[in-house]
Design a protein around this ligand. Sequence first.
Ligand code: AMP
Length: 437
Amino acid sequence: MSTLKAVRGTRDLLPPETALWNRIEATARSVFGRYNFGEIRTPIFEATSLFARGVGEETDIVSKEMYTWEDRARAQSEKPQSLTLRPENTAGVVRAYIEHKLGETGQLQKLYYIGPQFRRERPQKGRYRQFFQVGAEVMGPASAGAESPLRDAEVLEMLSTLLDELGITGWTLHLNSVGSSADRARYNDALREALQPVKEKMCADCQRRAEVNPLRVLDCKVPEDQPIIETLPKIADSLDEESKAHFAAVITALDAAGVPYTRNHRLVRGLDYYTRTTFEFTHGGLGAQNALLGGGRYDGLSEMLGGPRAPGIGFAIGLDRLVLTLQAQEVDKAAVVEKVDAYIAPMGDARNPEQLAAMNAAGLALARELRRAGLSIELGEGSFRLKKSFEAADKTARRIVILGEDELRSGILTVKDFSSGEQTKVPRAELAAFLAS
Ligand code: AMP
């Protein structure tokens, strides 16, 4: 047996599971379309500096998890360039926004993407090294209303609609505001001060974080540290009046729309670019990796990447985790095992190659006719005996159509329905309508 295998942390997606992936992607496209989003496709690799600047050098993603390589120069005039497989898509979208001067349209840009992302993480259930995200960004000049809390609320309302339409039950929206970068700096100072007298009693990671990046202490999962973390100051108390008013307006709009949420003071998220609203949707059925999706506002990101001021808000949904959740809920079982409309069984004579070829050819012609009429068809093989054709058909199709020499001559086909057991003679001209019923 071959020892070649998919690389650790990557996997093949096979039918019938891919039917579920397709259904999720189609639902997302349909929902985004109703909110007037258009699709963007950015390259799968970008200059490493994009992520270093856009995501942040200090983040786990950039410091530990990126697949980076030095691309050799092709010509003497070219310099080798450091390239990276994208670990997330927001930086790429903002780069494209700047490169194509989308801000000069003066309009809000509402863009969504679907595609693979790459992070060198420790693989486990729901965490892979190649995983898939469905995400969207709303950004534009402030004059187009890109900063408005209405945009935050609309994005969250859209997400609740998408999850509901997918049939995901029992999700929780966690909501917080991390304020402006000045608010965050103030909060970092307050945390650092509050941690001084207590950090000795905390885990080694927290002791380090207390010095380097106190905000990260809030992500600590060590049970013994939790009572201490509960006593730390909350970011809500460090927000300036503008950030407070912005967050209050997001909440008022969510309440009016009837979108349920819980305030989570500890939700600060892993990426450096977030400002003001941050959020995560979790699902209890996912175990340790319980985040279905995450996102937030990133008002300074375009400027961080050398672009114009372009406030925005976005999110990324873990497609792999939507699939796991729906599989656990079993809502998609029926769709996954769906059978094709009919199996065409050409009846050939295995000992007579010419006759066999003619019947197989007639089978292909009939299958073409029916498929073009919109039916899903599995085409059998003329050398199979009748019993073998029936067994194969029963596994994949709702009905079997027998195509022997008699049927071909008379134009009257025999159709058997597997669920009712009924056998019917159907004229070829009426076959498509009969099979569609
Ligand atoms: P992030 O870009 O880190 O905010 O992640 C957004 C969403 O992508 C998360 O809520 C997860 O659902 C999903 N995600 C992130 N990293 C992974 C991974 N390594 N494997 C599978 N899904 C992931």
